[in-house]
Design a protein around this ligand. Sequence first.
Ligand SMILES: [Zn+2]
Length: 370
Amino acid sequence: MRKFVLSMSFFGCLTLLNVSCQTEEETPKEARVILITMDGLRWKELFTGADSLLIAHAQYVQDSAALKSKFWRADPQARRKALMPFVWDSIATFGQLYGNREYDNKVDLTNQHFFSYPGYNEILTGTADDKRIHSNDKINNPNITFLEKIASLYPQQERVAAFGSWDVFPFIINEERSKIPVNAGFEIAHTLPLSEREAFLNTLQEQIPSPWGSVRLDAFTHHFALEYLQKKTPLLTYIAYGETDDFAHDGEYDAYLESAHTTDDFLKDLWAFTQKHPLYKNNTLFLVTTDHGRGMNTLDSWRSHGAAFPETQQTWLMAYGKGIAPRGEMKEKQQWYNNQIAASLLRFLGAEDLVTPKMGAALPFVEAPK
Ligand SMILES: [Zn+2]
């Protein structure tokens, strides 16, 4: 509501001083959501930066001196900022960060598998399904994600879209049943008309080899998502970055850190996009999390995750943008779970009636727009 403003619209009514009047420009914008995951990034790197043992380990790092000059600082606060500057310079000032276990602030999985498909199923459906979702196989998800629930409210309108580096996402989101466009793996952009950038990305994706057979480099996922956001302005967008997990499995701690650093820049890029777009500016909630943790109890367990490594149920969560108070890093004893994200976002998008009793309860700090 505007106060003490003389409206320029003379068609609906004339607004004088402290009298409100609905004009076209005052119609509330539909709140938007961008959900982001960074596959298997440990809370340890997010909250304390590079690991002192791994950054100097010849087996895991090619050029330790160069890596240290980029990411090593004696002070953990400076170190984490060197690794993820947008998170610590910006999100920490206007958002909220959960999962620093040094303060007993915890975010955990509720599924018992601690690997990707069960992790994404839990985030996207709000319910662990240990019996049916117990592998990373390309099996269409029998469960309905909150993405699909929102999409079903807008049939044929393409208000929901997903982008992933891993080629299993079309199955996790059940693209076939949900009809949500899922651009994942090595899929090219094909929503016509292609922008110049999309055409170029399609060509580059053919020409730049990925180190992996089922995961593309995150830059493609990121830029395909950004182009789509420009073009289709979806209400709900899910972006799943994947490199961190794969470089870690490969034992490349340098590439794992570089990837975390680059993804931080992608977060900055997405934030900047929303801040200059009239539909997204001051109107978009960002939630960022991970599908599982990584080992921490032995020197080489950082490469792995899964039920054999109980600490890999440890995750983290960042929230910023619309509906999020600027509280920064949470330093009090708290416990949240990944299964609470789906209900939070349904409620935020005005679809609380689609929350089911099996879902984790909506997170109280994600406030639904008034
Ligand atoms: Zn993995």
